[in-house]
Design a protein around this ligand. Structure first.
Ligand code: ZN
Ligand code: ZN
Ligand code: FE
Length: 758
């Protein structure tokens, strides 16, 4: 040994198991003449490395820069020890360490190496629809328990053939310890079924499926996290038929498109979008519709965007290699608002009236996981839904969390578990309004607690007494501390937590519905908040919401409520299209409800104001999903030179009746709806910036956190961020969790932990 010969002991934390990390380390060690060993334990990976000092430095730096694509390195620690003259580099068997934590990888799109083999006629996995390796394939959706090995996945029933076994055992192989490793002779297979569940014999089920799609048939296709319903995206009759059978009115369908060049002919793709589309997470990316896109109009009616993703499983790749298959609608296999179906038998039972044929397989899905939906925003990714490809990747906070659970809100529910410095957000669970979704909520909590080995001592929930998530929290029998967190405080806290921010901020919490501390329905709140608490210096004025939740589905009710407040009973004779189209009897009933305060909760919701303006403009009177009317108001916006509407204030109350009167005046003057939409958006941005300036002057705060579903509005988000930055504010916006209620669980977790650890 020369004096330059040294030993480092290296400890790596992060997602480093089940992602090909040990073979990577092994190969790296060979490359730099390093002797020693690598071992997995429950706290991460430990390496003993001996070699020349210069080689060790290279080895260390490459550990980080060349880590396998699925790995997520959180921390690398090393210290020097006396060298022992080791000669070889070995991979040692895994050990268990008490109190350790194993991070489970999300499901990852098929890698290029596997794709090459898939289409290589000489490869033993030629056209094998379940090809995968340590760098790609299913993970979270097939793991039932820890430790993560084949026995605890849904691959347990498939015994590896000698060839697969050999790859699995060979540290130098790219399938070393790839738990879902399989091939034609030992792994899962595809099958076609008709809509009665009868087996359809076919020499090549995938080719046959492609033929059906080319004929305009509707196919249910089993994927990674559940079934998709697939249909030719350029065939209007077929897409319309899918809408009819799925009972889904106008909510856009996602598209899967063969490759990036084909996508470019449908929608302009920015460099940031390109990276998102191709990333191994393979989310659905919202892209503005291009000219002459050639997509069936029913795919995304009344919307300026398409949701587009690239194929992400070998089965998709095989399907898109068939002639004629270029653009498919790929929408979740469910009826509106029910959880996505994951089971073959249930698929036929539930989707038999929608799909003509089923392309199934015998690899079970343990965890349902919908496609993620993102949009590029400035230098960041904005999540509309964070699920497949991302969950359960943790969000690292900069302080320690107690073992804790946050159960989220009602709509777009996610749950979050806390431990060490990690917040683990679940996949998208859905709207907790029916039994199916609620039971999926309960099983997701159980599953994550088991997988992450977290026994919560602290449980955070929303203050809304009627939320099923709240009821679950209050009824949970365990030795657990409970902490209620106000909905909009949770929104702002989520934004702060993921941005690593703890100092007080100005919080713009703008959304549809959240239970306020005064029992009213909040949703247009300007807060001063830190992680422990908040004040509410400004809010939109309360107006009655006639019929409660019904006013969410029927935005004309909000419009009528605003008109009544602004014009009195006279509003019934205003020569407005919206009034003309309303049934006089329903209107009278609604006025009586307001007069007698019957089922008319007060709301300051900005989401409802968007809905109301949308209905007032005649854009949409009724909706099938929350936010639809508001979104269509955004979609018709055309920028003009006219100024925004005024929002006068009475102390901290932002008045909206002057706005209603201005909109009515414009409508009566035949001003175009696109201009009204612009003036509304513009006025809102000016108001928000003005309020931030006032608070800065008074309180000395110059950081603004943006959260709440209203920020899904791309125009508004861009403009607010632009104007605040111009005014030298520091702006925090969401880049890791959704700004909508899908991010609430993170905020709850942060607040509850903050309150209970100080
Ligand atoms: Zn691969
Ligand atoms: Zn095999
Ligand atoms: Fe919300």
């Amino acid at each position: 040994m020369t004096p330059e010969h040294k030993q480092y002991r290296i400890h790596i934390r992060g997602i480093v198991q089940g992602v090909g990390f040990r073979p990577f380390v092994h190969n790296l060690a060979r490359r730099f003449n390093i002797a020693g060993s690598v071992v997995n334990d429950t706290s991460g990976v430990r390496i003993v490395a001996e070699g020349q000092a210069a080689d060790l430095v290279l080895f260390l730096s490459h550990l980080e820069t060349e880590a396998p694509p699925l790995a997520l390195i959180d921390e690398i620690h090393w210290d020097e020890h006396a060298p022992r003259g080791l000669q070889q580099f070995k991979i040692l068997a895994s050990t268990q360490v008490a109190g350790g934590i194993t991070l489970i990888s999300p499901d990852i799109a098929t890698c290029d190496d596997c794709l090459r083999e898939l289409f290589d006629t000489d490869n033993r996995r030629y056209r094998y629809p379940f090809i995968n390796c340590t760098n790609c394939g299913p993970r979270y959706t097939i793991i039932g328990a820890l430790p993560y090995d084949r026995q605890s996945t849904t691959m347990a029933g498939f015994t590896m053939c000698p060839a697969c076994e050999h790859e699995y055992e060979d540290p130098a192989d790219r399938r070393f310890h790839a738990q879902p490793n399989a091939c034609w002779s030992c792994g899962p297979r595809c099958q076609l079924l008709d809509n009665q569940g009868q087996y359809l014999p076919s020499p090549d089920p995938i080719r046959q499926a492609a033929e059906f799609l080319n004929q305009g048939r509707i196919l249910a296709v089993k994927g990674l996290g559940g079934f998709h319903l697939a249909v030719d995206g350029t065939n209007e009759a077929a897409v319309r038929e899918l809408r009819r059978r799925k009972r889904r009115d106008e909510k856009p369908f996602a598209l899967m498109i063969r490759d990036i060049d084909r996508i470019r002919r449908v929608a302009p793709v920015s460099p940031a979008d390109d990276i998102l589309l191709r990333s191994p997470h393979r989310p659905i990316v919202l892209l503005p519709k291009g000219d002459d896109h050639g997509i069936a109009p029913s795919v995304s009616p009344r919307n300026r965007y398409f949701g587009i993703m690239l194929p992400y499983t070998p089965l998709h790749a095989l399907l898109f290699a068939e002639p004629g298959i270029e653009i498919l609608v790929m929408t979740s296999g469910n009826f509106s608002e029910e959880p996505i179906v994951i089971d073959n038998r249930k698929a036929v039972e539930f989707l038999g009236t929608i799909a003509d044929y089923f392309l199934v397989n015998n690899r079970d899905i343990l965890i349902r996981n919908d496609d993620s939906v993102v949009r590029s925003f400035r230098d960041a990714t904005v999540f509309l839904r964070r699920s497949r490809g991302y969950a359960p990747r943790p969000i690292r906070l900069d302080w320690d969390l107690r073992p804790s659970l946050a159960v989220g809100a009602e709509l777009k529910n996610t749950v979050a578990l806390g431990r060490d410095q990690y917040a683990f957000l679940s996949q998208h669970i859905g709207d907790l309004e029916n039994y199916e979704v609620f039971s999926s909520f309960e099983s997701s909590i159980d599953h994550l607690e088991t997988l992450l080995d977290i026994k919560p001592q602290l449980l955070a929930y929303d203050l809304h007494p009627d939320y099923l998530s709240t009821q679950y929290a209050l009824s949970r029998q365990a030795d657990i501390e409970l902490e209620g967190v106000q909905h909009h405080h949770a929104h702002i806290a989520a934004c702060m937590a993921e941005n690593g921010w703890r100092d007080p901020v100005i919080g713009l919490a703008l959304d549809g519905t959240g239970y306020g501390t005064d029992g009213c329905i909040w949703g247009g709140e300007i807060l001063i908040a830190d992680l422990a608490d908040f004040a509410r210096p400004y809010h939109f004025e309360y107006q009655p919401m006639p019929g409660g939740a019904r006013a969410i589905r029927e935005p004309w009710r909000m419009a009528a409520s605003y008109l009544y407040a602004a014009f009195g009973a006279e509003f019934k004779s205003l020569p407005l299209e919206m009034v003309r189209q309303s049934d006089p009897q329903s209107v009278s009933l609604l006025v009586q409800m307001i007069d007698r305060r019957l089922n008319c909760p007060d709301t300051s919701s900005l989401g409802r104001l968007f809905d109301g303006i949308s209905a007032l403009c005649g854009i949409r009177r009724q909706v099938l999903h929350e936010g639809q009317a508001a979104m269509e108001l955004e979609m018709c916006l055309e920028e003009t030179t006219q100024g925004g509407y005024e929002f006068p204030r009475d102390e901290g109350r932002i008045l909206i009746l002057p706005l209603i009167r201005s909109v009515v005046t414009d409508l009566l003057d035949q001003v175009d709806v696109s201009t009204i939409s612009y003036r509304f958006h513009r006025g809102l941005v000016d108001l928000l910036v003005e309020i931030c300036r006032e608070i800065r002057q008074r309180e000395g705060l110059d950081t603004v956190a943006l959260s709440g579903g209203v920020f899904q509005n791309a125009w508004l988000s861009h403009q607010v961020v632009d104007d605040l930055l111009k005014d030298k504010f520091t702006v925090l916006f969401h880049r890791t969790v959704p700004c909508n209620d899908g991010g609430i669980s993170l905020g709850q977790l942060a607040v509850a932990n903050f309150r209970h650890t100080r």
